[in-house]
Ligand binder design. Structure first.
Ligand code: PGA
Length: 257
């Protein structure tokens, strides 16, 4: 099954509005020239409005980095899926930094994924084991649990919306921001032996083969092609290297093959 390559830049808590405008103006010409890849930028909330205006009329998608699951309410400091859907088509859900520092669990991830799909957003659902879990030989258990619980109760929605309605990002926590990525073969093995089989269990074989599964964790312009050479890896969720225009464009070019 053909899966269109997908590369998203997770800007994390970097870039003011002015800085975001500048980076987007540097990115647009280079990214627009690459048709074969679905490209997404995920700036901080405060830059989304400006980013949406700058990306209008381009084929570059916009995503948020998080959201609440309730549509509205007395939740000081939170942003609702309705608000995100006004500006974005995508939203990152369950990033390991959210799980580690902000108490997100498989249950909150599941609520958020359900809410995102209900608003027509494409969630980029992050899973991955910590260093301790990896060293204790728990990678398969942890990743399978995160996929199974994070995506539970969705079979009806996905049957209707199709395999393109969400994206999974495998991001081993020990590889994020460390400059020490997983090997491409190691990441592909987790996708092939753990993530796709659980997707097949949840949604059936056909859908599991159609879902884009990304790798994330210290992807840069030098190593990106190695990951994309793996048939199981359909793209990347890029942190640090997505803040540099030339480097991010090179990564998207590598995904185009
Ligand atoms: P990194 O971050 O590319 O800086 O390792 C990836 C991510 O957190 O999504």
């Amino acid at each position: 099954m053909m899966r269109k390559p997908f590369v998203a830049g997770n800007w994390k808590m970097y870039k003011t509005v002015a800085e975001a405008r500048h980076l987007i103006s540097e990115l647009v010409p280079g990214l627009q020239a690459i048709d074969a890849v679905e490209k997404v930028l995920c700036p901080p909330f405060t830059a989304l409005l400006a980013a949406a205006a700058l990306l209008e009329g381009t084929d570059i998608g916009l995503g948020a980095q998080n959201m609440h699951w309730e549509l509205s309410g007395a939740y000081t400091g939170e942003i609702s899926p309705v608000m995100i859907a006004e500006l974005c088509r995508y939203v990152i859900i369950g990033h390991s930094e959210r799980r580690t520092y902000f108490g997100e669990t498989d249950d909150t991830v599941n609520r958020k994924v359900q809410a995102a799909l209900a608003q027509g957003l494409t969630p980029i659902v992050c899973v991955g084991e910590t260093l301790e879990e990896n060293e204790a030989g728990q990678t398969a258990d942890v990743v399978a649990r995160q996929v199974r619980l994070g995506l539970s109760g969705l079979s009806g929605v996905i049957e209707q919306a199709g395999a393109g309605a969400f994206v999974v990002a495998y991001e081993p926590v020990w590889a994020i921001g460390t400059g020490r990525p997983s090997t491409a073969q190691g990441a592909a093995k987790v996708v092939r032996e753990i993530i796709r089989p659980v997707l097949a269990e949840l949604f059936g074989d056909m859908t599991a083969q159609g879902v884009r599964v990304l790798y994330g964790g210290s992807v840069n312009a030098k190593n990106a092609a190695e990951f994309f050479a793996e048939a199981e890896i359909d793209g990347a969720l890029v942190g640090g290297a997505s803040l540099k225009a030339a480097e991010f464009i090179q990564i998207v070019q590598a995904a185009a093959g």
